[in-house]
Design a protein around this ligand. Structure first.
Ligand code: ZN
Length: 217
């Protein structure tokens, strides 16, 4: 579904299966963020087709963190599609997350991550994203801030009226609070979380941050 201009979101609405919201940003270098589960990826392909877009044209895939419901489907893409995740998450994928993948009956991705995200900016074609390292839900979670359009892609760090769980491997509630506090100072018009509803408008987003910081920590 087209959100605005080049920005598309394929939200996951079913409560029966855990899968994440997938984001597609078209342009010179088409980029997909958090492809989700392999067996559910056809929903993204179908959604993109409705919007006249082709999943095979994706050139870069960025992942907010390494949990299976966000990254499993990267293996559907060949090695010439560049894949990115933070260095910390990449290291945990080699070992720390093994149990999590086994527990959820998911395949550890075998395709290599060639982009290791770190605090700073990343240029994808004609678009610049700020990478904000936001540990808490997982040790190396990142959020992507598209400053030009005031879009925050928040992964599982912050949701509409909620925060990411911290009881999985490497989770840390104090770190999560600090990360969310940091995000709350950004100028955001669109908040696109890894699960659930998206939020539009500075006022509503500010209210959401305030509620979370008051109620959860
Ligand atoms: Zn997660």
């Amino acid at each position: 579904m087209r959100f605005f201009e080049d920005f598309y979101v394929y939200p996951w609405a079913s409560y029966e299966e855990n899968n994440c919201n997938t984001i597609f940003i078209d342009g010179k270098v088409p980029v997909l963020i958090d492809p989700g589960h392999t067996h559910l990826f056809h929903y993204v392909v179908e959604g993109m087709a409705v919007d006249g877009k082709v999943a095979e044209n994706v050139k870069v895939i960025l992942c907010t963190h390494g949990h299976p419901d966000h990254i499993e489907a990267i293996d559907r893409f060949d090695n010439d599609v560049l894949k990115g995740i933070s260095r910390e998450e990449y290291e945990y994928l080699r070992d720390g997350y093994k149990e999590l993948f086994i527990m959820t009956g998911c395949q550890m991705p075998k395709k290599p991550f060639k982009i290791l995200l770190k605090e700073g900016t990343i240029q994808v074609g004609d678009k610049t994203f700020r990478v904000i390292v936001t540990p808490g839900h997982s040790p190396g979670s990142v959020c992507l801030y598209w400053e030009e359009k005031k879009v925050l892609i928040s992964g599982d760090t912050v949701f509409y009226m909620g925060v990411g769980r911290t009881d999985l491997f490497g989770g840390n509630i104090e770190a999560l609070a600090k990360s969310i506090e940091r995000l709350s100072t950004l100028d955001i018009e669109y908040l696109i979380p890894g699960h659930g509803e998206m939020l539009k408008g500075k006022k509503a987003i500010h209210k959401n941050f305030k509620l979370i910081l008051d109620e959860y920590f």
